[in-house]
Design a protein around this ligand. Structure first.
Ligand code: AMP
Length: 447
């Protein structure tokens, strides 16, 4: 089935072709006709499934056939600034051949340009709930013309405590409207929200409930808490990882780890809620361009990051909430590319790992921890004092090719994560309609 079979207008087909998409993803196949037909939709879809185009394309089409007004006719609520910016960008990309205006509003930036932007009018408004309510309080936005409301990553919005804000936003919208709810996971709260919000919805589930997407290869290493940073540096060098997203639990932890791995000679940046919007955008941009190898992020800040074919995600610390593990590893294996999620598990995190496995209904393979060395991390690579590299597991000191400042970084004996095959794998792509068996056999072959 192609995009043209879904009843999309030529302007949208052209924009989709410009993006280079061959075929609709499973969620697009189901969501696009349903949204065009005016149905409410409840979609269990993770990041990387193509869910954004699944709701943006039909919304653009519906709005293009209606009368333009100054007030927004479609409202998308998103949990984070990054996701809001990405959804708005997607709407601009897909809608580039249609005369529709898209605006994004979120906190952390000056509200005044948003007020004047809204005054000049928009068709689709993408917003985080808090800033939207600020704007509504200042009477800068009129939601009485909203005919389609989308809650994107609704589970995350609830986790972040936005439920009351969402309810207040809903009250500002007309009672008669189309509602679309997207969520990677289904908690009781989500079910409750869906029941209140949606009327006779089409339920779409493109991945098993609370299960990570098929294309992510998961594994864990057991390692002492104070050794994690050394193992991480080792894995990055030995695997020749070029683009790795690393999750820490706290903002402070993200800053500290960034300094530590930079001290070991790996280019890194931190991205979390205390950073200004400009700093976050800059860090993400550098990461996307390959100017930094590691992006160290907290859970909330990383939500909605769209980084194509991200090959590696590391859980430096396991999340307290097992569902967050699913979100985190959804950063990799996106859009048909194979990805790998590695968790570093210290003894105090065994319970968290068990919770994750219970949620996934499968075990996360624990691989033998490779030999690594504890390199000093307080000094930049060039200033490192010689001769104090305490070897963990008694490994030998071999310098990794191409990393002259990296000491003792190579593993002794291979494991499935030490080789350079991952660099090659990150380039592989799959078509949406290829089955998961093919993905599994590809993974087997590359082991
Ligand atoms: P999303 O799940 O909406 O965040 O989309 C994940 C990624 O998939 C984005 O980079 C999209 O550009 C890409 N994408 C969306 N639809 C398709 C498609 N039909 N074919 C290939 N890539 C797609």
């Amino acid at each position: 089935m192609s995009f043209s079979d879904l009843g999309l207008v030529p302007e949208l087909l052209r924009a989709v072709a410009d993006k280079g998409y061959d075929a609709p993803s499973p969620i697009q196949l189901q969501a696009i006709p349903a949204v065009l037909a005016g149905r409410d939709v409840l979609a269990g879809a993770q990041t990387g499934t193509g869910k954004t185009a699944g709701f943006v394309l039909p919304i653009l089409q519906k709005l293009a056939s209606g009368d333009a007004t100054r007030a927004p006719r479609a409202l998308v609520l998103a949990p984070t600034r990054e996701l809001a910016a990405q959804v708005a960008q997607s709407a601009r990309d897909y809608g580039k051949y249609l005369p529709l205006r898209v605006m994004q509003v979120f906190g952390g930036v000056n509200i005044n340009p948003q007020i004047s932007g809204l005054r000049s009018g928009c068709d689709i408004l993408v917003a985080t709930p808090g800033r939207l309510l600020d704007l509504a309080q200042q009477r800068a936005v009129d939601l009485s013309g909203v005919s389609v409301l989308v809650l994107d990553e609704a589970d995350r919005m609830l986790d972040m405590g936005f439920i009351h804000d969402i309810k207040r936003v809903i009250k500002l919208c007309p009672a008669k409207r189309q509602n679309l709810l997207f969520s990677a996971t289904y908690s009781e709260d989500i079910r409750g929200l869906a029941e209140r919000l949606l009327s006779n919805p089409l339920s779409i589930q493109v991945a098993p409930r609370n299960a990570p997407i098929e294309l992510v290869e998961q594994c864990a290493y057991r390692v002492a808490k104070d050794q994690k940073r050394h193992l991480l540096v080792h894995l990055i060098r030995a695997g020749d990882w070029r683009q790795v997203l690393i999750f820490t639990r706290t903002k402070h932890g993200a800053n500290r780890l960034t300094q530590q791995i930079e001290g070991a000679g790996i280019r890194a940046a931190a991205i979390h809620g205390n950073k200004s919007q400009a700093a976050r955008v800059k860090a993400l941009d550098m990461f996307k361009r390959g100017q930094i190898t590691a992006l160290v992020a907290t859970e909330v800040a990383a939500r909605g990051l769209d980084i194509k074919e991200l090959p590696q995600v590391v859980n430096y610390e396991l999340p307290n909430v097992p569902e967050d593990y699913v979100h985190r590893i959804g950063r990799t294996g996106r859009a048909g590319a194979l990805g790998q999620a590695v968790s570093l598990v210290s003894a105090d995190e065994n319970g968290l790992l068990r919770d994750i496995e219970r949620l996934l209904k499968r075990t996360v393979p624990v691989l033998q921890t490779p030999v690594f060395e504890a390199a000093p991390d307080a000094h930049p690579a060039s200033e490192r004092p010689a001769g104090n590299h305490a070897a963990s597991h008694g490994g030998s000191r071999r310098t990794h090719p191409g990393q002259s400042s990296a000491r003792g970084a190579a593993p002794q004996g291979g494991n499935s994560h030490g080789g350079s095959s991952h660099g090659a794998r990150s380039g592989e792509r799959r078509h949406w309609n290829a089955d998961s068996r093919q993905a599994r056999s590809q993974r087997q072959r590359s082991r």
